[in-house]
Design a protein around this ligand. Structure first.
Ligand SMILES: Nc1ncnc2c1ncn2[C@@H]1O[C@H](COP(=O)(O)OP(=O)(O)OP(=O)(O)O)[C@@H](O)[C@H]1O
Ligand SMILES: Nc1ccn([C@@H]2O[C@H](COP(=O)(O)O)[C@@H](O)[C@H]2O)c(=O)n1
Ligand SMILES: [Mg+2]
Length: 208
């Protein structure tokens, strides 16, 4: 697939005039099932899935100069400065060659939201919001067993505090613009996907 997004310099994005870049932000509490459902959406609707958390974890593994700072922030459940995360997202978008993106776990706060908008000038098509009770999300995280440093009860509590104080206001911001598609994420995985499919159906029609 050819490059559909062109960034010749940092913070200077240009898009071919006739190419529409579609971005869906995927938000929800820790363990609400964002990554699980994004994998399904990719299979059926041709989006590229970019998890901000996965990009940050890859940055730690790569031995980057920001690695230690990112590792410490994740261990504390804190939000990494937007400059770092937006750059990683930009790079991944460019390298994908796709024009449809699921951006999972971002924007996590108002700073993330404003930085992405200022740098890319992209407005999300909509925000897919996974709604789930905290008790169920904690249960899922404690059973995830993927060796994540932040899946321990102490960090999980901190992540929920950050979610309520910093991330929910971003969902509310997009809600006030009529852009939030809320999903009951407490149901079994295949039932959640049935609700998700309905929302993405127009993208399948576009491909035909
Ligand atoms: N609907 C569901 N019912 C039960 N378990 C689920 C459901 N969706 C996901 N899970 C499981 O819960 C765990 C967390 O799911 P997932 O990693 O998709 O969440 P997430 O929202 O991406 O979390 P995080 O914000 O921590 O990255 C995984 O072990 C996954 O298999
Ligand atoms: N926009 C973001 C997204 C994530 N982080 C940090 O990564 C941690 C894990 O994120 P997941 O989405 O994979 O759960 C998160 O708790 C933050 O520490 C971030 O800083 N900014
Ligand atoms: Mg995830």
């Amino acid at each position: 697939m050819g490059t559909m997004v062109d960034a010749s310099k940092d913070n200077d994005w240009s898009f071919p005039g006739d190419k529409k870049i579609t971005v869906v932000f995927v938000l929800g509490g820790p363990g609400s099932g964002k990554g699980t459902q994004c994998a399904n959406i990719v299979k059926h609707f041709g989006f590229t899935h970019l998890s901000a958390g996965d990009l940050l974890r890859a940055e730690i593994k790569s031995g980057s100069k920001n690695g230690t700072m990112i590792q410490n922030m994740i261990k504390e459940g804190k939000i990494v400065p937007s400059e770092v995360t937006v750059k990683l997202l930009q790079k991944a978008m460019l390298e994908s060659g796709n024009d449809k993106f699921l951006i999972d776990g971002f924007p996590r706060n108002e700073e993330n939201r404003a930085a992405f908008e200022n740098v890319t000038k992209i407005e999300p098509e909509f925000v897919l919001f996974f709604d789930c009770l905290e008790e169920e999300m904690v249960r899922r995280l404690l059973n995830r067993n993927q060796g994540r440093d932040d899946d321990n009860i102490e960090t999980i509590r901190k992540r929920f505090k950050v979610f309520v104080e910093s991330s929910l206001p971003v969902v509310e911001y997009y809600g006030s613009k009529g852009k939030v598609r809320k999903i009951d994420a407490a149901k079994p995985i295949d039932e959640v996907f049935k609700s998700v499919e309905v929302i993405f159906a127009p993208f399948n029609a576009e491909a035909i």
